[in-house]
Ligand binder design. Structure first.
Ligand code: ADP
Ligand code: ADP
Ligand code: ZN
Length: 215
């Protein structure tokens, strides 16, 4: 099973990907996470990507497609892939076709998380993650069960992304509208797009995605 989670920043891609990983043993391939790891490790890719990410613009297609190919090669061919935050441009969509084809994989579903733009700024500015295991949280919508302690691993350290501020979010939303939303028709023509209401409760969104996957 290979699926794409598509939606603007804050739509819930990462949240839902983490749940699919837990329930189905699939693998989350998040180019955002891969790039942040590269920035942290100050690799050549990270050094190139850092300023672009801080502005909320898109990193080059070549860089992200190379990262995706490497990550797929590092996982078992039987393991399902959830693409989270990739592809984001038409060029990336075409690269993904080639990358999957070369590895004997086919794309099963593109799940579009439909959300109101007005809600996204609040989602993004309230977002934080466990510094140890990466579990996602929100100041208002998903607080840890015990304040200050990660539900999943017990860590007491959390972090926030430098690009999760209102100004950068506006740029990221504009990038999504201009470059990412236009790739939907490619997949609509193949009949593999499912639209899920991303404004619903997290659990309801998960249930809707489960239905798509089971279909
Ligand atoms: P994305 O990966 O698409 O950028 P996230 O999954 O990180 O989005 O979600 C952004 C923030 O919104 C997180 O803090 C998350 O806890 C919260 N969130 C995710 N889904 C929902 C939802 N259905 N309702 C309310 N808040 C949500
Ligand atoms: P979000 O969860 O808010 O959608 P991501 O973590 O996916 O954000 O991405 C953070 C930043 O990393 C983006 O604003 C962009 O600069 C860069 N990035 C991530 N994925 C891609 C991609 N597929 N193509 C180009 N840039 C990307
Ligand atoms: Zn944790």
């Amino acid at each position: 099973m290979n699926i794409i989670l598509l939606g603007p920043p804050g739509a819930g891609k990462g949240t839902q990907a983490q749940r699919l990983v837990e329930r189905h043993g699939m693998r989350q391939l998040s180019t955002g996470d891969m790039l942040r790891a590269a920035v942290k490790a100050a690799t050549p890719v990270g050094l190139q990507a850092k300023a672009v990410m801080e502005r909320g613009e898109l990193v080059s297609d070549e860089i992200v497609s190379a990262l995706i190919g490497e990550e797929l090669d590092a996982m078992g061919s039987e393991t399902g892939a959830i693409f989270d935050g990739y592809p984001r441009t038409e060029a990336q969509a075409h690269s993904l076709d080639a990358i999957l084809g070369q590895r004997g994989r086919t794309l099963n579903h593109v799940i579009e998380l439909a959300v109101d733009e007005d809600a996204l700024v609040e989602r993004i500015t309230g977002r934080f993650t466990c510094a140890n295991c990466g579990k996602g949280y929100h100041d208002k919508f998903e607080r840890p069960q015990v304040d200050g302690t990660c539900d999943k691993c017990g860590s007491t350290e959390f972090k926030r992304r430098p690009d999760d501020n209102e100004e950068t979010v506006r740029t990221r939303m504009a990038e999504y509208r201009a470059k990412t939303a236009p790739i939907l028709p490619i997949y609509e023509a193949r009949g593999i797009v499912a639209r899920v209401d991303g404004m619903a409760d997290m659990d309801q969104v998960t249930a809707a995605i489960e239905q798509v996957i089971a279909s």
